[in-house]
Design a binder for this molecule. Structure first.
Ligand SMILES: Cc1cc2nc3c(=O)[nH]c(=O)nc-3n(C[C@H](O)[C@H](O)[C@H](O)COP(=O)(O)OP(=O)(O)OC[C@H]3O[C@@H](n4cnc5c(N)ncnc54)[C@H](O)[C@@H]3O)c2cc1C
Length: 403
């Protein structure tokens, strides 16, 4: 049974949300040589069963439209491939790798082909190995695709594909706990601020416990807006439903299927053993209730399956094995991470709005947030572009490569 009561009444850092972002931040705090403060991680459900983290596709890519997002994924790749070294050489830590089947973006319009070309320039500048492919080249490399309507494809086979995010998540929690971070199952329900309103003083938990804090981190995923509201802060993040299906094919493909992003928005990837994983969302994409994980079976039948069978005719005969609905924490302002301290409530830090690419960003985000908490500035990769202050200033960093 997880602990529910905090052992102390005050902490240097309280992290609200202990899934991948909260766990990463906690662990990177323990890596900071100049920090020996008390850290409390509070999570309302330590089974994590309804988190974005547990509902994800678990892939990483270098194909982003901003250089910073490419660099963030490069650190993720390095971290995953060298997990044991990063964890101090601990022999219990597994060797992880990335199954680099690549992401295949398919363009069926000149406008989208131009976007892919512009993205490739950005990605090359940052050192990514993205290749553009004509329809004929795609067909030669992957004969199973129907490319009749395709003008251009974009793929990268270096550090792009599936990785075991849950193994990294587990090791961050385990190691952070061994190094003295406290993880409790409880819910943050309210905060008090100083009379001037410039600092959070304490966090009230559902159990009635009140814990005072030096700094507080909002790592609450799709519930981030609720956590911000406790400090009187408005945040443009909302839960958006994303459906996933794992299916088997009667005639499996003869080579690994890249994570293919069809122009319709449906995506599908290799899942091993003759199975594949597809994802999609409804045409109308409203904010949903925090606890709404119901499936919409019509989406598979009327939309996803027909799209798959058209793009890959071998997928005419397939059988769904499992399916689930999860939530993106969608940043409705510009689909990018929101980080750093609030402009007025100076000890309130954001780690929010990952809009479907947070797993791969978790190593860089946790490291960067730990640096901000301890040093007040980034020490490695400068991620100040993602500061919260861009929102009141109306300064968007639009990420066009959102899946
Ligand atoms: C279908 C799907 C596919 C995805 N695929 C990928 C992918 O391939 N690659 C990728 O990089 N990303 C992917 N993502 C995105 C990724 O899963 C998320 O960006 C990432 O998991 C965000 O982690 P988090 O810790 O911020 O949020 P979450 O995992 O949602 O965790 C938030 C935590 O906060 C806790 N919490 C909330 N409010 C409170 C409170 N008041 N008190 C205490 N605890 C609280 C919750 O219980 C939860 O444990 C996908 C997401 C989905 C839904």
């Amino acid at each position: 049974m997880p602990l529910t009561k905090p052992l102390s009444e005050n902490y240097d850092v309280i992290i609200i949300g202990g899934a991948i972002m909260g766990a990463s931040t906690a662990w990177f705090l323990t890596e900071q040589p100049d920090f020996d403060g008390r850290v409390l991680v509070v999570d309302r459900d330590m089974s994590y069963e309804n988190t974005s983290t547990m509902h994800a596709n678990s892939c990483m890519r270098q194909q982003f439209s901003t250089e910073l997002n490419v660099r963030i994924s490069q650190f993720a790749a390095d971290f995953v491939k060298n997990l044991r070294n990063y964890m101090g050489g601990d022999s219990r830590v597994p060797d992880l790798s990335i199954q680099s089947f690549g992401y295949m973006y398919l363009a069926d319009t000149q406008a989208f082909a131009d976007v892919l070309r512009a993205c490739q320039t950005v990605q090359h500048r940052a050192g990514a190995a993205t290749q553009l492919m004509s329809a004929e080249e795609i067909k030669a490399a992957y004969p199973f695709y129907n490319v009749d309507d395709i003008l251009l494809g974009s793929i990268n086979h270096v550090d792009e594909g599936y990785w075991d995010a849950i193994a990294v998540f587990d090791w961050w929690r385990r190691s952070a706990r061994e190094r003295g971070v406290e993880f409790i199952e409880n819910e943050a329900v309210a905060m008090t601020k100083t009379a001037a309103g410039d600092r959070v003083q304490s966090v009230t938990l559902a159990s009635g416990d009140v814990v005072s804090c030096g700094q507080v981190v909002n790592a609450s995923g799709p519930r981030a807006t609720r956590t911000s509201q406790m400090a009187g802060i408005v945040l443009p993040v909302e839960p958006r439903k994303r459906y996933s299906w794992v299916f088997s094919a009667q005639t499996p493909l003869d080579r690994p299927l890249p994570l293919t992003i069809d122009p319709s928005g449906v995506h599908v990837r290799e899942n091993g053993g003759g199975t594949y994983q597809a994802g999609a969302h409804s045409d109308v994409d409203p904010a949903v209730d925090y606890d709404d994980f119901t499936m919409d079976h019509a989406i598979w039948q009327d939309h996803v399956w027909p799209v798959l069978a058209t793009r890959i005719p071998q997928f005419e005969a397939i059988k769904v094995q499992t399916e689930w609905a999860g939530h993106y924490a969608m940043n409705t302002f510009d689909h990018n991470a929101i980080m750093g301290a609030h402009t007025e409530v100076e000890n309130f830090f954001f780690l929010n709005g990952f809009s479907g690419h947070g797993l791969q960003q978790s190593p860089a985000m946790g490291r960067g947030t730990a640096e901000l908490l301890v040093h007040g500035a980034y020490q490695t990769l400068d991620m100040s572009e993602f500061n919260y202050d861009r929102i009141p200033a109306g300064r968007k960093i639009v990420e066009t490569a959102v899946i």
